[in-house]
Ligand binder design. Sequence first.
Ligand SMILES: [Zn+2]
Length: 227
Amino acid sequence: MKERNLSEIIQERIKLAGARYHCNDNISQFINEEELDLLVDEVAINFQTVLKSLVIDTDNDHNTQETARRVAKMFVKETFSGRYQPVPKVTAFPNMGYKSLYTTGPISIRSTCAHHFQNIVGRCWVGIVPQDEVIGLSKFNRIVHHIAERPQIQEEMTTQIAEALKQYAKTEHIAVVVKAEHHCMTMRGVREHESDMTTAIMLGAFEKDPALKKEFYDICLSMKGHN
Ligand SMILES: [Zn+2]
């Protein structure tokens, strides 16, 4: 009987737990650290067959001899690491009385389009009105990076960021704006270089209070990188 691939074993664990494993789901709880290296090996073997099907002579072409392995490592350890690495640890502190809007950004977005596996590169701004607890400023970057580093579509990424911040920062009032260039638009398809896509999610008071929403957008426009 054929030995099962590690990916099949992992899939089985996920199914047993009744969890989902779409491209933008974090499945770190079903894989341990050593298995990640074995997963890189499996992806490398399979990516090698892709290169072969593309009729690239990886035996004699010095540039592509190690490409399958490099790509596999890049997917698992870097560009899709938000699927395989545990969610960031975030400690919330008691809020000593600041209950107004604060805004942070731009936070870099490095993601991958789930439809074409092309880059999504952009920036994110976050607005928050804290309630009883607050989190450290750098945690916003860590949370956004972790969510971005997966194959996905921008709309779902923006929603995921807003929901995660709501949960970590323990407040209902979250605003997230993502502005990004999609390489599946620039490198292929319509080959349009000037288009960006902007998505925004407004939760709690940001949704209900137009003045707060406007204040957030005005601050975003005054911040670095919003051109
Ligand atoms: Zn795409």
